[in-house]
Ligand binder design. Sequence first.
Ligand code: PHE
Length: 339
Amino acid sequence: MKTKLEAIKNAAMEEIKTINTPAAMEEFRVKYLGKKGELTAILKMMGSLTPEERPIMGQLANEVRSAIDALITEKSADIKNAEKIKKMKEETLDITLPGVKKEIGKLHPINTVLDDMIDIFQSMGFDVVDGPEVETDRYNFELLNVPADHPARDMQDTFYLAENLLLRTQTSATQIRTMEQRKPPIRMICPGRVFRADEVDATHSPVFHQVEGLVVDEGITMCDLKGVLEQFAHEIYGPETKVKFRPSFFPFTEPSVEVDVSCSECGGKGCRVCKGSGWIEILGAGMVHPKVLAGCGIDPEKYSGFAFGIGLDRLTTTRYKISDIRLLFENDKRFLKQF
Ligand code: PHE
């Protein structure tokens, strides 16, 4: 029995070295000290010993139990400690690592110019109105005095979605919607994207931006048109800028004009930007055609108005000296970061 007890002790001392998890530790404890454990099994055999042997073996068994107990206590503490160190290592923060930089967004140059335009027109009492990009034939052409067989429809190559549904070719459609919904006096601008089936090159894009404006009231004349647009050009390009009104044609305005400003690059002498002419065209405008007013339920005998359409992309490229309109739509971060 003595040898057996010693063997158990030795085995325990060997086995404990391999243990390194709390679960294995518990298994170990049950194996040696549990009710069905090896030591208990030997103690059960005590009855067969002589009365002289019993106390000696009892003492020895107790010693073995205490020794194993001590092993367990010591090893458990070690395991706990090791786990704590491991956890702490896992949770350490390396505060010398550089942080993850958050990139700060910026306004697209088109939005910056648009915000300026909105400020200018709002200070003259204009509202900002939004309209749908998908339009009906009626709002984009018909009510703007461009009937189905009108040659102006060839001027604007249109993206049709269905027979009567298209991507608007001009924000003028929103002006019609406004005239249908509101009574004069009306003073509004409608900025937005417009679409034409143009080939892409440095100055053309099938998607571009317009800011159209409309004023309808009693006694509105060409003088009001001139005054508002001159004021606008001076605020955008500076007070020294010259503004030129040229006769033009649009089906929805009569008379119609196109407006040029003196080239801000060369001051009007002629350069690469203005193609030597000294002028840059920035918008189309005119007095709203009486037919258009009448079509929207506004009496052309009582009211008159003017409208204008400004190309926002051209304004942006000239202000920032951007040589290619495509840069405005590609959204290359290296380009956008410069503004
Ligand atoms: N809608 C015209 C265009 O796209 C511009 C314009 C608007 C002209 C309003 C006159 C009046 O070219």
